[in-house]
Design a protein around this ligand. Sequence first.
Ligand SMILES: [Zn+2]
Length: 252
Amino acid sequence: MNGASAPGARAKTVIKFIALTVVAALVCAALGRLSLMFERRRGVASSAGSVPVLVVIDAGHGGEDGGTSGADGTREKDVNLAVAKSVFDMLSASGVGCVMTRTEDKLLYDEYGDLSDYTGKKKVYDLKNRLRRAEENGDAVLVSIHMNAFSSKKYSGLQVYYSPNASGSAVLANLVQTTVRTYLQPENDRETKRAGKSIYLLDRIKTPGILIECGFLSNDEECGKLNDQGYRQKLALTISSAIWEYLAANGK
Ligand SMILES: [Zn+2]
């Protein structure tokens, strides 16, 4: 069972999380100013400057591809971008070099200008270019942010998928799943899943990569939470906390 830990260790972890929350609150207050310092070109945000990029944050879908949606009209692409931006801001403000694959409401098929006509090829080139963006950053880990949906409204809870190609993927996925279970969703008994070929990015990426289905927009209660800025900040902090722990364990 991933969530089990000794009481002493748990108390230390709780103290660490509270400290991180305070730091994140202070950091968030300064983010408006800090974000002006981040390089923004062609819709790519980078906090790296002269430090190496350790994390590539991918907000799924965008533009004409809205992803899934909630009964109230919530669009996955918008929630993905909001959560991804928060994770980017928290990691950047703590000094972790990271980039976002997109900061705007658009697909990325034309990022590299490969074709003059993308008719019928937009989705494939969008995914290709997200992978390219990750590969441009050496051994950075890829964290792709998505929202889930199912035909039955009863399902809820965050679910992490990991790439089968690098051993760090499963480690990071377990950290995210466990941290979310500990601090945000104690009832969440989901286990991480190895990605199959249907998840393009995780199937092809050679460096550690995970895809986080942050919650089900098909579940009205969870959709409401994902629309709440305060909940999204907690979610982003929990994800960031797991990434910090992963990077620290790998000496970064
Ligand atoms: Zn999606």
